[in-house]
Ligand binder design. Structure first.
Ligand code: SF4
Length: 187
């Protein structure tokens, strides 16, 4: 049996936060890790970071937690979406709040979440949409500023990609008169 199989995400979160170093990113990471370790969300093996970077991430932020204790193997990134992932990477890298390793790690985690079919916060294993808005403000400040109407994050990111490529897929002249308004902005 998986060593954490009988625990809830809150239990795993508490365990991680008990050994955190104190960086603000750790609250967000602990939620993501807790969900992922129990099979929630869509993040692939090692959160999409690869085993070595995942191990370093744990060592840097949650010392004493062995990667194997949290690992939830069995899901692999979809190789058919490499180009889409590269576009997202360029977008996120160009809009990092600061040029440090934490936002770079978060780039790959957010990309992996974008490969899911649900709301980005759910696919990332976050616990509510506000968690994701906090993450975006902390790590991708320029994007968060542009999303000043609180558009759903996955839709917002892909809309940025379309506009970068000069593709305008929206069918209405403005959001206010668009029949898809609730899809983009609804609760
Ligand atoms: S509400 Fe309509 S016009 Fe606005 S971003 Fe969504 S699809 Fe495009």
């Amino acid at each position: 049996m998986h060593p954490l199989a009988i625990e809830t995400p809150q239990d795993v979160y508490n365990r991680l936060m008990a050994v955190r170093r104190g960086d603000p990113v750790e609250e967000t990471l602990a939620r993501i890790l807790a969900s992922w370790s129990l099979g929630y969300g869509v993040l692939p093996d090692w959160l999409g970071l690869g085993e070595d970077r995942f191990g370093r991430l744990l060592g840097q932020h949650f010392p004493g937690i062995a990667p194997a204790v949290l690992a939830n193997p069995g899901r692999l990134p979809d190789p058919g979406r490499v180009e889409e992932m590269a576009d997202l990477r360029n977008l996120l890298l160009a809009n990092r709040t600061a040029d440090s390793e934490a936002p770079t790690l978060m780039v790959d985690i957010v990309i992996a979440g974008c490969m899911g079919d649900n709301h980005l916060w759910e696919d990332l294993g976050l616990w509510c949409r506000a968690d994701l808005s906090r993450l975006m403000r902390a790590f991708f400040g320029p994007l968060a500023e542009r999303n000043d109407r609180d558009m759903k994050w996955k839709k917002f990111l892909y809309k940025q990609l379309c506009e970068t490529e000069g593709i305008y897929t929206c069918r209405a002249p403005s959001c206010e008169v668009c029949g898809d308004y609730l899809d983009c902005f609804g609760p």
